[in-house]
Design a protein around this ligand. Structure first.
Ligand SMILES: [Zn+2]
Length: 83
């Protein structure tokens, strides 16, 4: 059943998030700002819309709300690659 699968995926994401948050010491991956676990947003390094794995922890970083929004805009604008 899809419903069951979805619930399991959410749980996994939650676990990944908690682990990631500790690994990043509660700081944003991009700007280094301290954030609470609740403030942290899940960022997929390779966007899911481009085939990035949803629950692969290597594809997940945590970002603050500001960076999350900024990155979202970049994707929309097709940011050129930055070294
Ligand atoms: Zn940030």
């Amino acid at each position: 059943m899809p419903r069951r699968r979805r619930r399991r995926q959410l749980e996994t994401l939650k676990q990944i998030k908690a682990r990631r948050w500790e690994k990043q010491k509660g700081r944003c991956h991009y700007c280094g700002k301290e954030m609470s676990k609740r403030e942290a947003t899940i960022e997929h390094v390779v966007p899911v819309s481009r085939g990035g794995p949803v629950t692969d922890r290597r594809n997940i970083v945590l970002a603050c709300e500001v960076c999350n929004k900024r990155k979202g805009n970049r994707i929309l604008e097709e940011m050129p690659k930055k070294e």
